[in-house]
Design a protein around this ligand. Sequence first.
Ligand code: FES
Ligand code: FE2
Length: 441
Amino acid sequence: MNAPEPLSRWAQPGSSRVPFWAYTDPGLYQRELERIFYGPHWCYVGLEVEIPRTGDYKLSWVGERQVIMVRDRVAPRDRGTDHGIRVVENRCAHRGVRFCQQPHGNARSFVCPYHQWTYKLDGDLAGLPFKDGVKAVAEDGSPCVQGGMPADFDMKAHGLTKLRVEVLHGLVFATFSEAAEPLRDYLGPDVMPWLDRIFQGRQLALLGYNRQRIPGNWKLMMENIKDPYHPGLLHTWFVTFGLWRADQKSRMVMDKHGRHAVMISRRNDGGENKVVTEGVTSFKANMVLNDDRLLDVVPEPWWKVADPANPGTEIMPTVTMITLFPSVIVQQQVNSLSTRHIVPRGEGGFDFVWTHFGFADDTPEMTRRRLRQANLFGPAGFVSADDGEVIEFSQDGFRQWGEEGQTICELGGTGTGGTEHMVTETLIRSMYAYWRKVMDA
Ligand code: FES
Ligand code: FE2
């Protein structure tokens, strides 16, 4: 590969100024696929609850490679140790066909339409037509065999590409890499408590999907959810109704590499606070909801947890936005819960797949509440539509300047590390510090 040497072109020390080419260079993007999405990182592929029965499958993506997440049979002796979830690449071992076209379904096995090679749910090759040739009669009248695969063709060596799979609290992650550390270690002890808080010991209920294609580099989405600076400025909904503002109690947490992060905050009552609303054009003092059920927030018992950073005290955030590098965001914003899967589509775009969920023991009222609040999010969400748009505008700006331009991420300094407030761009700097290391590795 002739990708340019990133470090030789990154003029500034540190990671507080990101060159525009980091978002626009196609060669660099190929390197990102290899080193990040197909390298020793775990990528989110879906939720276990999406495939409840044996044979249920769903198409998903790791980087630009389409994969199938499927629930396999589990031998009785393996129950308890084998979660039964397999992730295999949707690419026929014969001639490379992307054989499965249904986004969701149930299958006993996978059959490629082209020459009917057949695979078990775990990706093993189960059979192929005319493997042993076709019986015929020779000119002299004796029986013979025509064609077939070579005698030494090894069925075991020609299954689908199998990814390593780990399931954490019902979230399914996969990796092509043998070198990726175990998933919990990959996520790290600083981020894990925030995943435990939402998921541990709970059966999930699937509520629905949104999907959109955003014409901006995939890293911009990670940045957006590591950026506590913008929500109280860009989003009318957040600043006006007090869901996210600079005057709230907040904390920025990251793993030791700086690649994953959690933005934790607690809602205040909205309304005017001169310090954070004065001059903010997105603050609409007179804006009221026609249907206030959109913000019919009901605190849930699991919101309150022991504070991982201050033993002996409790904390009760109303919002936790978790970025798990490189592929997913896990969101709790009041009663709305979702995963947002980032699927890169070239250096200038990505697909963004939202999976809204609740818990199996939710009351019907809570389920309706979660669904109503989900209107804030998704492609046309009252809040998230703003993010999709500014990401597109960012990419447009980068394209105009190519090599020369760079971003400035210096709110709160130029260093990395967690904070107890939100007036900082530290999480973005930290991700790029990690990115620089990986991309030059
Ligand atoms: Fe799949 Fe031939 S390409 S069976
Ligand atoms: Fe936002």
